[in-house]
Design a binder for this molecule. Structure first.
Ligand SMILES: *Cc1c(COP(=O)(O)O)cnc(C)c1O
Length: 399
């Protein structure tokens, strides 16, 4: 044993206790594998929560970051830099939208999207400020984004919350039709709900949401912080559903693990912001953008996305087999590409216990909302990695 116990106690004593941590100390990674400080290997199907899209120690990413660090890490947004200009151009081309802004995290990307939506609507009507989001959504931890998050447990104790947010059930178009009005500034949804339990949109839900927004002059904000960056099998998940938002937000996988966030919007929306209306010190600095450029040169390639689709289908079929075998414990398999969820019901072990048992056997998976096993692996995984993790899951569910 290296100094594992010392690290546990050092961290437990000093770090703000807001995370229930798993009792391992992770040290390094290679491809789809992580290693703890005792040298134990884990097949990683969490990817740092949908972040490490190209896996670990991916040479082009490591090289780009090292090279950029040697040149300059940060200069502030008072100056032009080549990596930022290039990354913004790529995002605009890929999204079919017109303007990109970089921040440092998902919450910040959504905060910026909410701000620009409000500013846009205020041009027409000072009372056109309501933002409708979905129950079970997750949009971040700042005051505005935790309010946008339709999970009361994240609101409790932080009141007064920012005003002007309301909620509907995801996939219930009639409820949205009853709630949306000319006072609605924006409808904000995850294209595929992640933290809430992996819920993709049903039928033509998003198309109908788009139509309702247009009818009421409300903006459509899609949060693709988790489902974007190729995870669904398309670079932007909304491409799957034949619609385009007015604003889309990204973060997690966008720079392969270097902190970054972004929102991208139409010119019409962008025009609501003028110099001084929004800003950031670190956002989109050359280091983060050099990393993002590697992701943006790799993930959107047809072959790469086809791989995500193929291995995702293979994985989903394996999960359906598991469901059939353990039908008393698993009620549903959901998801697209490499954002997949397995709904537990009356399982012998709790979700967290299953995650812990898998970890002991060398597989890192995640449980969200207590009863959904969530799989958001690096996008570079192969069928062999899927075989390994589903074999371990089968073992754990069989006990
Ligand atoms: C993770 C996540 C966020 C928040 O991102 P942070 O980087 O943790 O602030 C927002 N929306 C969605 C859909 C997410 O999955």
């Amino acid at each position: 044993m290296k100094n594992q116990e010392k690290i546990f106690s050092q961290d437990d004593k000093n770090y703000l206790p807001v995370f229930n941590r798993y009792k391992i100390v992770l040290e390094r990674g290679e491809g789809a594998y992580l290693y703890d400080i005792n040298g134990k290997r884990y097949t990683d199907f969490l990817a740092g929560i949908a972040v490490n899209v190209l896996g670990y120690n991916y040479a082009p990413l490591v090289n780009a970051i090292s090279k950029q660090a040697a040149k300059v890490i940060h200069v502030s947004n008072l100056y032009y830099t080549e990596p930022q200009a290039a990354a913004a151009e790529k995002l605009v081309k890929l999204s079919g939208l017109d303007r990109a802004f970089f921040g440092n995290s998902g919450a910040e990307a959504n905060e910026g999207a909410i701000k620009i939506a409000r500013k846009y609507a205020h041009q027409f009507d000072a009372e056109k400020s309501e933002i409708i989001t979905a129950w079970q959504s997750f949009h971040g931890r700042t005051l505005a984004t935790l309010t946008a998050t339709g999970q009361p447990k994240y609101h409790k104790g932080f009141e007064p919350l920012p005003a002007g947010f309301d909620y509907v059930n995801y996939n219930d178009i009639d409820e949205l039709a009853g709630k949306i009005s000319d006072k609605t500034c924006a409808v904000m949804l995850e294209t595929i709900q992640g933290e809430g339990g992996v819920y993709p949109p049903k039928n033509d839900y998003l198309k109908k949401v788009r139509e309702l927004c247009d009818k009421h002059g409300a903006l459509l904000i899609l949060d693709e912080i988790q489902a974007g960056i190729g995870r669904s099998g398309k670079f932007f998940a909304y491409e799957k559903y034949g619609i385009k938002p007015d604003i889309v937000t990204l973060a997690k996988g966008l720079a392969g693990g270097v902190p970054i966030g972004a929102f991208i919007c139409t010119e019409k929306v962008a025009n609501a912001f003028h110099a001084g209306d929004h800003g950031t010190t670190f956002g989109g600095n050359p280091l983060a953008c050099a990393a993002a450029n590697v992701i943006l040169d790799t993930v959107p390639n047809e072959k790469f996305l086809a791989h995500v689709e193929e291995v995702g289908n293979y994985f989903k079929n394996k999960l359906v087999e598991l469901q059939q075998k353990h039908s008393a414990q698993i009620s549903e398999v959901r998801g697209e590409g490499l954002i997949l969820g397995l709904q537990l019901s009356n399982s012998k072990k709790s979700g967290v216990e299953i995650v812990n048992e898998c970890m002991k056997r060398g597989a890192i998976i995640n449980c969200t909302v207590g009863t959904v096993l969530r799989f958001i692996p690096p996008l570079i995984i192969t069928n062999e990695h899927v075989d390994e993790v589903t074999r371990i899951l089968d073992e754990v569910l069989s006990e």
